[in-house]
Every structure is written in C-alpha cells, then in structure tokens.
Design a protein around this ligand. Structure first.
Ligand SMILES: O=C(O)[C@H](O)[C@@H](O)[C@H](O)[C@H](O)COP(=O)(O)O
Length: 245
C-alpha cells in the first residue's frame, strides 16, 4: 500500500497521495473496485465522468483493466459546446483515453455528435438518455467523478452563475470563455458515490475553500454537490498544501 494521509472534514473524506502518479493509480484502483463490486449486485454500472485534463491518466489506466466494460454506461458531467473533433471537446478526450482498449466496450453517451441540433434538443435528448439508463428521479449514477477548477467550479457550474442550482437536470452555462452544458447539483448529488479528483498547486485555494464550512457556494460552486454519504476527495500533496493537516 502506498503512503497516504486520510482525514475527515465534515461531509468530506480527504485522501492525500504523494504525487499525481500515486494519485492516478489509486483512484483507478478505487474506480475499478467500485465497478466490479457493484456489478455483483446490479446488471449495469452508471458512471458519470468529468472532463478537463486531470483525470486523463486515471482514464488511461482504467481502460487497461479487463473488467465487464460492456455493462458500464458512461456519461459526462459536463461538455464544452464545441465541435466534437475540437481538442477542447471532453468527449474527444474520453475517446482517446477511457474509451480505448478494454474501455472501448463501454456504452458512452456523446452529448454533441456530428449532427447540429439546437440547445433544447441536446438537453432533452440527454435527459431522456439519463432517464433510460439510470434509476431514480433524479436519475442516479453509481459513481460520479468530479474535477475541481482553480476558481472552485465543478462540472460546468461556475462562480456566481445564477442557474447553477436550477431546479432542472441539465443547464447551459458560460465558463472560462466557453459555452457549456452541465448536469446540475440535483443530478450529481443523487449519485450513490461522489468523488473529486484534485491535483497540482493551482488547486490549493479552491480545495481549501471547498473544505471550509463557511465558504459560499456562489463563489465555490463545487460546494453545491452534496451527499448523504461522505464525499471522497482524492488529491496529491501539492494541491493540499494550504490545508492545516
Ligand atoms: O469541462 C471541464 O472543464 C470540466 O469538466 C471541469 O469541471 C474540470 O473538471 C475542471 O475544470 C478541472 O479541470 P482540470 O482537470 O483541467 O484542471
């Protein structure tokens, strides 16, 4: 077992690994184990994944695991409204990482495929696919993997955006110069298990704010994600340096 620090902060459980390599390897083991164990009691596994750059190595490692990927349904928690072939597309990032090797057997719902449709159609198609694949109302994933932006955003829930907490399953938002589509806290929080993956010095302040019980969810929208279970935060030492441990 690698060296790791484990600490509880209210509704969060923090796991701190030495560096990004150890973080990625342990998180991929954790996810593999969740899939394997859940498929012993359920026919399919619904997995909500984050975009961004941090999870790419986790996705590459996972794609090499010979597990029952044909029983896994993958959804993105958010997507940038860009051409599906653009290097900014989260779907393209997944197609080049998680959805390769063994992972290519998984079902993946691509929000923006090649054909152009309007926003309402994209939104309604996503909601009907969520309702078809996931149990519950709101639809519930077995596992949701979230990223944390240096400004405290998660999925595409950006600071001070008024519709972050809309009473809906899917919203459109603006963030970091791009239009985006995102699942809402209502859906993300309904997940059976929620984990954040955080790495690097640029995330120090955002991580500190996420764990601060007095921090406002308007400034740090990642705080809008709640769970009856503890939310796990997997991070590296670099990103945890602002925390008093
Ligand atoms: O589409 C996106 O940008 C995301 O899904 C976003 O919420 C991401 O997870 C964070 O911005 C962290 O991104 P990095 O891993 O690139 O820092």
């Amino acid at each position: 077992m690698d060296e790791m620090i484990e600490q509880s902060y209210g509704g969060y459980k923090l796991y701190i690994y030495k560096d990004k390599l150890e973080l990625s390897s342990n998180v991929s083991n954790f996810i593999e184990n969740q899939i394997v164990q859940t498929l012993k009691i359920k026919d399919r596994f619904q997995f909500c994944v984050s975009g961004g750059s941090t999870p790419k190595s986790v996705y590459q490692l996972l794609s090499e695991r010979d597990i029952e990927w044909e029983k896994v349904d993958i959804f993105l928690g958010d997507e940038r409204c860009v051409d599906p072939k653009s290097e900014l597309s989260n779907s393209l990032m997944l197609k080049n990482s998680l959805l390769t090797k063994y992972g290519s057997k998984a079902f993946f719902y691509e929000i923006f495929s090649d054909k152009k449709v309007d926003d309402n159609i994209s939104k309604n198609l996503l909601i009907s696919k969520l309702n078809e694949k996931c149990n519950g109302k709101p639809p519930s994933f077995d596992l949701t993997l979230l990223g944390l932006g240096d400004d405290g955003h998660t999925a595409s829930l950006f600071p001070y955006q008024k519709n972050n907490n809309a009473d809906d399953f899917v919203i459109f938002n603006e963030g970091k110069g791009l239009k985006r589509i995102s699942l809402t806290p209502k859906v993300l929080s309904a997940s059976s298990k929620i984990i954040f993956l955080v790495s690097g010095a640029s995330k120090q302040l955002a991580l500190k704010r996420l764990l601060d019980k007095n921090e406002s969810p308007e400034r740090t929208p990642s705080k809008l994600i709640k769970s009856s279970d503890q939310i796990s935060i997997f991070c590296d030492e670099e990103s945890s340096k602002e925390l008093s441990i």
